[in-house]
Design a protein around this ligand. Structure first.
Ligand code: ATP
Length: 573
């Protein structure tokens, strides 16, 4: 119920918790003083000695006490709010920093949907843990101790009985916690599974509709939603039951304390004033813990979320080096590279090749042969490979991503276009002159198109939905040109686009190859004819290597694939 690490992780929150507890404690003292006054007034009333003057003085005092109480409780709420905002900010920043630190390969460790849920709902639950539960936890210890000390001066036995009954509430909470922990883990799993499916099905809705599988998926999702509903209901039942158990303990304890006070009064061991004072305060012993109990589910949810959050924070970031590169020497050496996504299915098998600075190298091969995987390993998406990837004299994993991305540009067939102006999309850091942007757009044959629209202020929709596939890819290439990297990796950058765009992109790549190192992955063998070196992949192995002429002369897999594709293109075209 009390996770030390949570406090350690956010030491800044401690001050807010302390101030909140202090305010609550001052409010308790006001309550105690009010009870003294009330007990005294009641005694005077029983003894028929209560005068209007005394009553008026009492009312004025009560108002003063309630005003002070109101002010400190308001302050407590303000501290709670400020602390909660701070916790949220710190945790979200840490989570974001961790994802940035992990870079492209964060998905090796945690699913995107889980990150989204943790960053939203998960952190919100921790916010309530810090804002409500934690201060209440400390106050729940402080309040009974304060009351015990005060009451024990008047009637030690009654104070002791009340004090000893208090731990019954946390004991019942611990008991419920044991049952609840498994249930809450189930609740979270069910929540993330439902979130996963929802996100995936929403993104793929068009595909599902086309293949008329939407109804099937809907049924699947209904089943998951039903599971989630059931487990949520069980969590709610557990919470309601736990509140009832705590109520029984609280009323029982207060009743027992009052019984002792009455008995002591009847045996004239204590005065009527003290008996009334104890009876009126007896429930105060249990209110803080009873309140804590109602925050119990918040704490459980918070702890379940924090476990997941800490799992992300604890991910070891293997990339520790921060080597920089020497200027102008951007060769690449891949040596005995082996890799598998799953243990059962080895993919790359001891692949070795070199790319010299300013070389234009193509990778071809049948679908699934591991071409993109090579690019992803070079880009650092996965680090658990065997063998070596060296750039200049450094291992890839020794190079910090920020340094690496300053020199390497990776372009896939699926460019990311954000909702916003053309300028915002092409120059995200606002670091280029308009003239430079237009030059890049000119190179990729997009300048005249955007001139006809609103120039650099042309509004692009989410995912570039108001552009054609070829235009999106050419825009992406313009970004890459402006980046002025040293090594360009094109992974099926000319796939699924119109011939005009494909030719424009190929021209630019050829132009770039005069002064940049290029790795060009493609299905179309006609695109790699001009490469300085061509790597032919099959089932994770590098089976042939050479220039187009050399490979044709070998009359191996490449030559056969080339002839087959050429025939097909003549037939199609
Ligand atoms: N994240 C992943 N998890 C598990 N398996 C994967 C993952 N990515 C790719 N694979 C598998 O690895 C194999 C090689 O994929 P890769 O994308 O490297 O091939 P490719 O040669 O680039 O194929 P294509 O030309 O069709 O793009 C495929 O069988 C694919 O199913």
């Amino acid at each position: 119920m009390f996770d030390k690490r949570l406090i350690k992780e956010i030491p800044e929150a401690k001050a807010y918790v302390k101030r909140q507890v202090l305010c609550q404690w001052i409010a308790l003292i006001m309550n105690i003083i009010f009870t003294v006054g009330l007990s005294y007034t009641l005694v005077l009333l029983f003894q028929e000695q209560l005068t209007i003057e005394i009553l008026m003085i009492g009312i004025v005092f009560a108002i003063i006490l309630f005003v002070i109480r109101g002010i400190v409780l308001k302050k407590a709420t303000q501290f709670s709010f400020a602390g909660a905002s701070l916790v949220k900010k710190i945790l979200r920043e840490r989570l974001f920093k961790k994802i940035l630190e992990l870079g492209g390969h964060y998905q090796d460790y945690v699913a995107t949907s889980e990150l989204v849920q943790l960053g939203g709902e998960g952190i919100n639950q921790l916010e309530t843990y810090f804002a409500l539960y934690l201060p209440q936890l400390f106050y729940s210890v402080l309040a009974p101790v304060t009351l015990f000390i005060i009451i024990s001066f008047y009637d030690f036995m009654s104070a002791l009985v009340l004090f000893l009954c208090v731990p019954m509430i946390p004991l019942s909470i611990v008991l419920i916690q044991k049952i609840a922990k498994k249930l809450l883990a189930k609740y979270w799993n069910s929540y993330t599974t439902l979130g996963d499916s929802f996100l995936e099905n929403l993104q793929g809705l068009t595909t599902l509709k086309i293949y008329q599988s939407d109804e099937f998926k809907q049924k699947e999702m209904n089943k998951e939603a039903e599971n989630f509903r059931k487990v949520t209901m069980r969590v709610l039942i557990m919470q309601l039951n736990s509140i009832s158990v705590m109520d029984i303990v609280a009323y029982g304890g207060a009743g027992l304390g009052s019984y002792f006070a009455i008995t002591h009064y009847m045996y004239q061991e204590i005065s009527l004033f003290i008996a009334l004072f104890i009876i009126l305060l007896s429930f105060e012993f249990f209110i803080p813990l009873r309140q804590l109990g109602s925050f119990f589910h918040i704490a459980m949810n918070g702890i379940a979320a924090s476990e997941k959050l800490f799992r992300v924070f604890d991910i070891e970031h293997q990339q520790s080096g921060k080597f920089d590169f020497k200027e102008g020497d951007f060769g690449l050496c891949v040596d005995q590279l082996s890799f598998q996504y799953t243990k059962e299915q080895p993919l790359l098998k001891e692949v070795s090749f070199q790319i010299k600075p300013n070389q234009f190298v193509g990778i071809v091969g049948e679908s699934g042969s591991g071409k993109s995987t090579i690019a992803k390993l070079i880009m650092g998406y996965h680090q658990d490979y065997q063998g070596e990837i060296r750039i200049q004299t450094h291992q890839r994993y020794d190079i910090d991503d920020t340094v690496f991305f300053n020199h390497f540009v990776y372009m896939t067939h699926d460019p990311m276009i954000f909702k916003g102006t053309l300028r915002e999309n092409i120059d995200m850091l606002n670091q280029y002159q308009d003239k430079e942007i237009w030059e890049a757009l000119e190179k990729v044959n997009l300048a005249s198109f955007f001139h006809q629209h609103n120039g650099l202020q042309t509004l692009l929709l989410e995912s570039g939905s108001n552009l054609s596939g070829g235009q999106k890819q050419r825009l992406n290439l313009a970004r890459a040109i402006l980046k002025n990297g040293d090594v360009y990796i094109f992974d099926e950058a000319t796939s699924n686009i119109d011939v005009e765009s494909e030719n424009a992109i190929l021209e630019v790549i050829k132009d770039l190859s005069k002064e940049k190192t290029i790795l060009f992955i493609t299905h179309r063998l006609s695109s790699v004819i001009d490469c300085d070196d061509i790597l032919v992949m099959k089932q994770g192995e590098l089976i042939e290597q050479g220039t187009h002429q050399q490979l044709k002369a070998q009359n191996g897999v490449y030559a056969q694939m080339f002839t087959k594709q050429a025939k097909l293109e003549v037939y199609q075209g």
